[in-house]
Write a protein that binds this ligand. Structure first.
Ligand SMILES: [Zn+2]
Length: 115
């Protein structure tokens, strides 16, 4: 359940932004959790909702998108799609792929209510 510490990190980003930009309430939080980020989205959402209680994030709508991963295959010399870490290359079956995209968990957008 490292999603709890991930949720804590996200909450800190939101609270730092609230302090800096002086908003009291978040209405929508949009996150991106790449397919190769190793994040269980449902667990992350649950952890965020629990930790948000009593903070500016309480009651906010939370949207989490999961863009597909990409990896570099050194045998084919191309970038291939990778749905999950450990998947082989779809062309040659090579398992030695180097993930190049979709590993990030990040905050895309914070929409706030200024009142
Ligand atoms: Zn390949």
């Amino acid at each position: 359940m490292h999603e709890v510490s991930l949720a804590g990190g996200i909450l800190k980003i939101v609270e730092d932004a609230a302090k800096r930009e002086q908003f009291a309430r978040v209405t929508l939080l949009r996150l991106e959790a790449g397919s190769l980020a190793g994040v269980e989205v449902r667990a992350l959402r649950f952890a965020l909702e629990v930790m948000a209680l009593g903070t500016c994030l309480e009651g906010a709508q939370i949207e989490i998108t999961t863009p597909p991963g990409e990896a570099w295959c050194g045998q084919c010399n191309v970038t291939v799609n990778m749905m999950e870490r450990g998947d082989p290359c779809g062309h040659c079956g090579n398992y030695q792929l180097e993930p190049t995209n979709g590993m990030a968990l990040r905050v895309i957008e914070i929409m706030v209510d200024d009142n």
